[in-house]
Design a protein around this ligand. Sequence first.
Ligand SMILES: NC(=O)c1ccc[n+]([C@@H]2O[C@H](COP(=O)([O-])OP(=O)(O)OC[C@H]3O[C@@H](n4cnc5c(N)ncnc54)[C@H](OP(=O)(O)O)[C@@H]3O)[C@@H](O)[C@H]2O)c1
Length: 326
Amino acid sequence: MKTRTLGQDGFTIGEVGLGCWQFGGDWGAIDEGTADEILSASLACGVDFFDTANVYGGGRSEEWIGNFLSGRGESAVVATKYGRGPEAYPDKHTEAGLRQAIDESRRRLRVATIDLLQLHCIPISVLRTGDIFDWLRRAQSDGIIRHFGASVETVEEGMLCLGQQGLLSLQVIFNLFRQKPAAELFPRAREAGVGIIARLPLASGLLSGKFDASTKFPATDHRNYNRDGQAFNVGETFAGLTLAKGAELVGRLKPLVPSGMTMAQMAMRWILDHEAVSVIIPGASSVAQARENAAVSALPSLPGSLREELARFYRDEVHGHIRGPY
Ligand SMILES: NC(=O)c1ccc[n+]([C@@H]2O[C@H](COP(=O)([O-])OP(=O)(O)OC[C@H]3O[C@@H](n4cnc5c(N)ncnc54)[C@H](OP(=O)(O)O)[C@@H]3O)[C@@H](O)[C@H]2O)c1
């Protein structure tokens, strides 16, 4: 696994991490034993960055990561998030609430200090006042978090966060179907020494090419209950595309996949070919997926002609179909 630096004076981590939203029930049933196997296989492949949040699976995602790492004496950089719990979102963020959430995350993760605490897609009005960043800096100087960052939905929100002293990382949706951040946000992040964490690298699995318009998902899977943005930002499911349109578009990309890689691997390789990206965080529901995703680090960069074709495809065929703020 090749490594990259996450933010100035930040962590050196494997360039493929693991997204952990699927642990605990928000994507249908995955039990703790399966989560352990996925975490274990990931570590064995050199994946040492796990992304979670206090709300994933009602706290179970953090708890299972904490149980796994402390139970086995393993170490990895764990990034969690604050800001989407009902006690805070959308307009009840307070310093006391942040402190309480940090304490609860420390307990579930079984650590004294959180490696990286990210704001979890909080409203732009809260980002604008800036007070919340002062609270984070105080939490950092008190030693309960090592670093802080922000996860955002839009380029505008990302730009706002980049103006904050001490921000380590910015987490954005970035994949073959969401290419916008590369143009303006990434150069600014590089200038500011802020690391980019690319989430939804597979557009919720869509970019593996395994779905069609008739694919069904469990009732408890957000690809069922949020497919049109009913529960949260529509962009967080299938990167804002409808399942039917997304599946059709992926079908047209399949003939472009270079030999020696899968469709999913081409999609993730394309992201890693952007130098501004520090780490991609694909979720995985099985050990086989975790291994396939980790293997992307060793694959060759995509040829320039293919990159040009993928940029054209996005501009002409995909961009107009994306729903939600972006
Ligand atoms: N607001 C935020 O801050 C926010 C929002 C969303 C996500 N995130 C973070 O980003 C991470 C990644 O995003 P995501 O999980 O939503 O989307 P993703 O990484 O694009 O998709 C992950 C899903 O795709 C499927 N998959 C993974 N690897 C595969 C492979 N090689 N072949 C076929 N299918 C594969 C799996 O689901 P199935 O097997 O069930 O199809 C997996 O759970 C999350 O886990 C979370 O940590 C953060």
